[in-house]
Unconditional design. Sequence first.
Length: 375
Amino acid sequence: MGGFNVKKTGKPHEIDASNDIKYRGPLNYQHLRVIAWALLALAQFPIITDALSRILGEGNFSANGTAVEIIRAIGSLALPLLLIANFAVILGTGANYKKLLIKFGSLSGGVAVLALLLYERYLVGILSAGSSRAQAKATLTDMFAESGFLAFNLFLDLFLCTLVTYFLLYTPKKVFTGKRIIVFRLFAALPILYEAASVTLKILASMGRIKLSPAVFPFLTTKPPVGFLVFVAFAFFIKRRERMFIRHGKTKEDYDEFLRTNANSWHFSVHAAIILAIAAVLDFVIVLVFAAARSLPFSDTEAFAGQAMEAVSLAMKWGFGESVGLIFIAPLMLLFSYTRKPKRPALDIAIPAAGVALIVAEYAEAVYYALTHLK
């Protein structure tokens, strides 16, 4: 690869358009979004099959358990791909944070309003027909208490990750200038604390320590804890790189130009692959250690294997272990370049629209199947 003349320049602050590398991965952010929405549509299958088995009964509807678990694992890769695509847009277009925050904020808010409308008007409304609304809400809370919680608002994760990136990477031109920039950077702790609070609630609910009202579900994050840390690590990688760049006498404008180079795109892809691989291994180790610690008192009994499996199941319910699949995304990063512009920018709107339409069609078919097979 003769285009990799980065080896001659050696240092990032020595790279500009005149000595940039030629290599650019063939995949752009739109490709990642297409894959993500396809996986997201696939991820609805386990939810639909579970709902149909509950409504129709196992005797009338059943699905291959192994296949469902495999699909669930593959589907969990959708959100990381959407987040990486979002990160690529931030790096490649000069980061119009206001537009992104309004977009994901309104989408997450829209999902929350729709879910609360469904809950308050239909679920509570129907159940309260023969009783009071307070009793109906208590019944619904008890119904979901066994599973603990239901997290589905993936736009909330996109909003929080964009918010972390905004506070860490954006340089405000008013109010938070000069030394006050430190206060602005510290605001990045707010979305991180929100994620921590959400994980804590999910852990307590799954252990039966608390009962969460379904009204809380739209405000729970869907991303696994380790997966969230991955994107915090991405933001810190970019910020540390900027500080090192400017420390060598360069300006913020020089750094913005450097962000548009293929060399930095390649560096980001390599580091992203490494971070994803480390996160996958770390998540696996966390589950392994938790299972070992929880089942250790039963090491000399027949219950050991059962306790270990129960511990693994509990850890995965909390979101740990779900990031192991990131190991499969890591090699894909080497084929990805955030500097590669899509040939059809209009697809930015068409891709999510097609994805949503596909998911709506899935649920429409599921409802039709349930109605035609309900005895």
